[in-house]
Design a protein around this ligand. Structure first.
Ligand code: LAC
Ligand code: ZN
Length: 466
């Protein structure tokens, strides 16, 4: 645990406004979007890459753990200090690293300081007809998005962060406090091993990402959404096929929401409308988005008509895009109003989604009868947010929590060859599964990188598995 002298030294290095102490109210840095709050010794807020180097050098000298944090919207616990921590962890917030955004509109790229929020980047490039087309229910920082390799609801069309990053600048915690300068804005640059890629999805354990070069996209002229009710869960992929055939690359999202999730959102969040007007939502509601030039709406309606004609869907209604996404993004919040949510972000091959879902429901009815399964997710990418909701007055016991993890992760990974973290990355919430299923050789390679980049182990959450 650093003594006050060490913190005084830190304030001397980054200025008094650069360090916040527990008395300053650290809730925003200690309360996660999901899970238990943590406790930090202090929060340091550097403004530049050079200041990050200074802070990392300080952490090395004092053997103090630095926990990089963006907007603290992560869902696997990697951005908040440990709840039972002795207060020894210092949060390195990138929130003041927002100056010097460089936009090349004709190249459709931007070099973004790590602390810039997704919404701020979109605002800055809107006048050029551009956007960073990763859609989330939260507003994270670009550095955090890179460190966790965020997926989101338009991954089907635009990819995850890894697919849109052209280069990264990061500060290592090696002896020289090296700056890895790989900020290319070239789409084609095949000059050897891709260093930037190592930091994407690293949860901040290999280096502090300070700037990110990203590929932007043209904003579509027209965005249209339709809700569809599939005839049965195992016909959802037939609906996707019909839409793919009719829309090709114009198909930009294919989300599926269970009746339990939609009902919870309608009950718990104001101002939402039931997709099909009826009070009880169907077993599954598909949200389809098509985005492109004028005329995209007509193509979407034709493709929907084909899906209905083949018998894969029974009902379809056009919804204003804003309303459709408001409902979709309200699901997590809605569930939280209705109970205590254990959320699991899993994926399986798309062909196995329906079977996975019914197996989880079958097992949950037997093994966790107090829980309601309320799933929704990115079926177009094989992703499912598999939530188990317990009554508010009777939250899950530790043994129910353990059973739930085993049930959902075990079914996804061991039964269906899926992943225990489809898009939310690695953090304390799923570190045990990283150890359990990552091949031992791969674990050794990751730990070797860690030793090379951060030999003293001062970077990242102390409960990461590497
Ligand atoms: C979503 C978050 C939970 O898709 O990933 O809403
Ligand atoms: Zn998601």
């Amino acid at each position: 645990v650093p003594d006050t002298t060490a913190l005084d030294e830190l304030a001397g290095l980054v200025g008094p406004a650069g360090v916040l102490y527990p008395g300053d109210g650290l809730d925003a840095y200690e309360d996660p979007a999901r899970g238990a709050p943590g406790r930090a010794r202090a929060v340091v807020r550097p403004t530049t890459t050079e200041q990050v180097r200074t802070v990392v050098g300080w952490a090395r000298r004092h053997r103090t753990r630095l926990l990089p944090q963006g907007a603290n919207t992560g869902l696997v616990g990697a951005s908040v200090p440990p709840p039972d921590g002795d207060g020894g962890v210092v949060v390195l917030s990138t929130e003041r690293m927002v100056h010097g955004l460089e936009i090349d509109a004709a190249n459709r790229t931007a070099v973004v300081p790590a602390g810039v929020r997704l919404s701020a980047l979109d605002d800055a490039v809107a006048a050029d007809g551009l956007w960073f087309p990763i859609d989330l229910a939260a507003d994270p920082t670009i550095g955090g998005m890179a460190a966790t390799n965020t997926g989101g609801a338009r991954m089907l069309r635009h990819g995850d962060v890894r697919r849109r990053v052209l280069g990264i600048e990061a500060v290592l915690a090696d002896e020289g406090v090296t700056v890895v300068d790989d900020l290319s804005v070239l789409r084609k640059d095949n000059t050897g091993i891709d260093l930037s890629s190592m930091f994407i999805g690293s949860s901040g354990a290999l280096g502090i990402i300070t700037r990110v070069a990203v590929e932007l996209a043209r904003r579509p002229a027209q965005t249209t959404c339709v809700f569809l009710a599939p005839t049965a869960p195992d016909r959802v992929m037939a609906v996707l096929d019909a839409l793919d055939d009719g829309l090709g690359p114009l198909l930009s999202a294919f989300e599926v929401m269970s009746a339990e999730s939609v009902a919870a959102a309608l009950a718990g969040v104001d101002g939402l409308r039931s997709p099909f007007g009826a009070p009880a939502p169907p077993e599954l509601t598909i949200l389809v988005e098509a985005a492109g030039p004028e005329g995209t709406d007509a193509l979407l309606l034709d493709a929907v008509a084909v899906a209905v004609a083949t018998g894969a869907a029974t009902d379809a209604v056009v919804a204003p895009a804003h309303d459709a996404w408001r409902l979709r993004h309200a699901l997590t919040d809605g569930l939280r109003h209705g109970g205590v949510v254990l959320g699991f972000d899993v994926s399986v091959p798309r062909s196995a989604l329906a079977a996975f879902r019914s197996e989880v429901r079958r097992r949950a009815a037997v093994e966790l009868p107090r829980a309601t399964v309320a799933d929704f997710g990115h079926w177009g990418d094989g992703g499912m947010h598999c939530n188990l909701v317990f009554p508010t007055g009777a939250p899950p016991s530790p043994s129910e929590h353990g059973l739930a993890r085993e049930l959902v992760f075990g079914t996804a990974v061991e039964r269906f060859g899926g992943s225990y973290s489809a898009e939310h990355g690695i953090g304390p919430h799923n570190a045990d599964w990283w150890r359990r299923v990552t091949p031992p050789g791969n674990q050794r390679v990751v730990r070797s990188l860690r030793t090379l980049f951060d030999p003293l182990g001062v970077l990242g959450h102390p409960d990461l598995p590497y």
